[in-house]
Design a protein around this ligand. Structure first.
Ligand SMILES: [Cu+2]
Length: 140
């Protein structure tokens, strides 16, 4: 491996997958933290599933051409993805997407193709959440 431990560390981002029984709405009860993540090209994102009850799945079509897609089950040990293709990636949980458990990852410094991403947003609460995150990304 090239590069020191520190350089490697700076390119690894952890996303918590939360189950919060005290939350007042289902969308808040099951969530990714953060739900909007911007990372440099080549970064690795780790979906921690620390409470053991979440999957992490690419949202259909919501990834740039040639970019990685993934489908991590509840029991998978290695739940990390390296993003070598810039663009916008949608992620959901197969179990809680219907409650709005979804997030966006934007990879790279260049301008994001928001129009392309909006065109493939799915329906339901998951889609509503992703649309809201695209609005946030646009406002940044
Ligand atoms: Cu979940």
């Amino acid at each position: 491996m090239m590069g020191g431990a520190l350089a490697e560390e700076m390119k690894v981002f952890t996303v918590d997958q939360v189950t919060d029984a005290s939350a007042s709405t289902p969308a808040h009860m099951f969530r990714f933290e953060p739900d909007l993540l911007q990372v440099p090209l080549g970064a690795t994102v780790l979906f921690d599933n620390f409470d053991g009850d979440h999957t992490a799945i690419s949202v259909k079509k919501m990834a740039p051409d040639g970019g990685p897609t993934f489908n991590f089950g509840k029991l998978d040990k290695d739940r990390s993805v390296t993003f070598d293709t810039p663009g916008i990636y949608g992620v959901t949980c197969g179990l809680h997407g219907r409650f709005g458990m979804a997030m966006l990852i934007k990879v790279g410094d260049g301008p994001a193709d928001l129009t392309g991403a909006r065109a493939v947003v799915p329906g339901g609460r998951k889609g509503a959440k992703l649309s809201q995150l695209l609005d946030q990304l646009e406002a940044n």
